[in-house]
Design a protein around this ligand. Sequence first.
Ligand code: COI
Length: 355
Amino acid sequence: MITEAPAFKISPVKESRVGQLDPDKIVFGTLFTDHMLVADCVNGEWQTPEILPYGSIAYDPAIASLHYGQSIFEGMKAFKNVDGDVVMFRPEENFKRFNISAERMCMPSVPEEIFLGGLRELLNLDRNWVPDGDDNSLYLRPFMFASDVYLGVRPSLNYRFMIIMSPAGQYYAEPPKVKVETEFIRAAEGGVGYAKCAGNYAASLYPAKLAQEQGYTQLLWTDAKTHSRFEESGTMNVFFVKDGKILTPKTSSTILKGITRDSLLQIAKSLDIEVSEQDVYVKDIIDGIASGSVSEVFGAGTAVVVSPFSAVGFEGNDYVLPEITESSVSSKLKNALNDIRKGKTEDRFGWVYKV
Ligand code: COI
């Protein structure tokens, strides 16, 4: 349940910049709404959250997050539904996951009133920024970083929690071509793979850059010990359709517990599509694409929603997937998810929260 917000200190903008938003020309993560939320945690005590005009923040160059990476975030979305209401999708799940990441990174829990109450306050102020359009949404980015001015290595005593918001359209212009990564790893057991911490994304950049130089869009990560099992892809969870059945790696300490992933699994079951959370072996999938038994491979995440891949590269060969049609499993799941979020079908799962 979303509880009442604490007393926020609100300093609204004098003039909105919403005229800069063109729903037909949205580039992910480049334009930000009028307001942002700031809340400081000082020696374990949360201070009154403030909502301010979006803008730069000044910090001492010695703050701990810049040096040792105590920094986490969430990615979530708000939509405009068919009745013109602004809705958030499963916000409580992001709130829970944020605090799981916080615990792993030795950071304080953010209270529900600040995280969810803050989102509600911000969305109320900036509701005109939620773009129209089937593939459009407002991407919500809560994040927290260590703010102690101290170069010793220990958990910070002070933190800043913030929320910024940015109109989003389709993430990938073309279906990504992904490379099976068998040298570098994203996460190992006992590490931080399940946390949405900044360092996970930094560590992925170099292997992804090498793959991009070889003509791929993204990576398909494999397990750290044997490189024989799939884990995730880029910033997404990954799904495979084999003989009409959906396979996806089960979540673990090395895999992010995706909220889109969970939503798709529940939708698939409701559509009587068989699903299995299991070990998914690289060899089985490569053989399956070659023989035709694997018909789809797709990523799922907040930013990408559902993103079918065009081909999988493995050991120097590209295994091309059939083109996606409206009857493909990924299309059915994506449409069902979008219809719930946009209020085109009944929200039988109770996922949609009206702001
Ligand atoms: C999300 O889907 O919210 C992500 O985490 C992707 C983001 C890093 C662009």
